[in-house]
Write a protein that binds this ligand. Structure first.
Ligand SMILES: [Fe+2]
Ligand SMILES: [Fe+2]
Length: 234
């Protein structure tokens, strides 16, 4: 299992929940009509195809960032508002909320991602909800996953843990997506063309270069990134 995801699973205190989550993360396949579906590995999978985390490794970036934001929200609930959050459920919810995003993607030899045939029939939330029921997860956890789209989903969050996961998911998707969009725009404007397969750390570097050194900074950042990519390939 990916080490960063394992670190989050390690925070779960309840041994039964931790075991169920870990077992699922170790074998994140979906079985339908006797056919076993699996997508790119967690290490390689993007976290989205269009709006956010659209690059290799985007899936893990998204889960890790969502967990960090969720932890900050749990602190606010408990330390500012005097409420209570079940952090085991929040951790399990973050780890499992997008677990079937990879099975909705395909990847070709050049690392281009596209929508999988399974995704034509079922979205990642429906797939995960079905599998969580099949694996006998508690209803509280299934609710977190089922409601993580908030007002846009089939059910809104009705527990503090579900609200925390939904908000954290949303904040990270927007943070990542808006910086990728901004970097794409700045790159195209500075050099005449966008930088393909931009990842988040490259995007943050481009946005920062514009703020500190203007358009010249963007051009230099793009050049640096292109050189790094050549070095990584060789
Ligand atoms: Fe999702
Ligand atoms: Fe998500």
């Amino acid at each position: 299992m990916n080490a960063k995801l394992k670190d989050i699973a390690e925070t779960i205190q309840n041994p039964e929940l931790k075991d169920k989550v870990t077992t699922f993360l170790e074998n994140p396949t979906f079985c339908l009509e006797g056919k076993v579906y699996s997508g790119p590995s967690f290490d390689r999978s993007p976290g989205g195809l269009k709006h956010h985390h659209t690059y290799v490794g985007g899936y893990v970036d998204h889960v890790v960032a969502t967990w960090k934001i969720a932890c900050a929200l749990c602190d606010v609930v408990e330390q500012v508002y005097g409420g209570k959050v079940d952090r085991d459920l929040a951790a399990a919810g973050v780890l499992l909320h997008d677990i079937f995003k990879p099975v909705t993607y395909t990847v070709d030899g050049e690392g281009n991602f596209a929508s999988s045939p399974l995704a034509d029939k079922l979205d990642h939330i429906s797939l995960a909800t079905a599998e969580l029921v099949r694996r006998d997860f508690p209803a509280e956890l299934i609710h977190i996953v089922a409601s993580h789209y908030g007002s846009y989903g089939s059910i809104k969050p009705r527990t503090v843990e579900a609200l925390v996961v939904h908000l954290a998911d949303n904040v990270d998707s927007q943070l990542n997506g808006q910086v990728l969009d901004a970097a794409w725009y700045l790159t195209r404007k500075a050099t005449g063309e966008g930088l393909a397969k931009l990842n988040a750390s490259e995007a943050f570097e481009i946005v920062r270069s514009k703020a500190t050194e203007g358009w010249k900074g963007v051009e230099e950042a793009v050049e640096r990134i292109n050189q790094q990519r050549v070095v990584q390939k060789t």
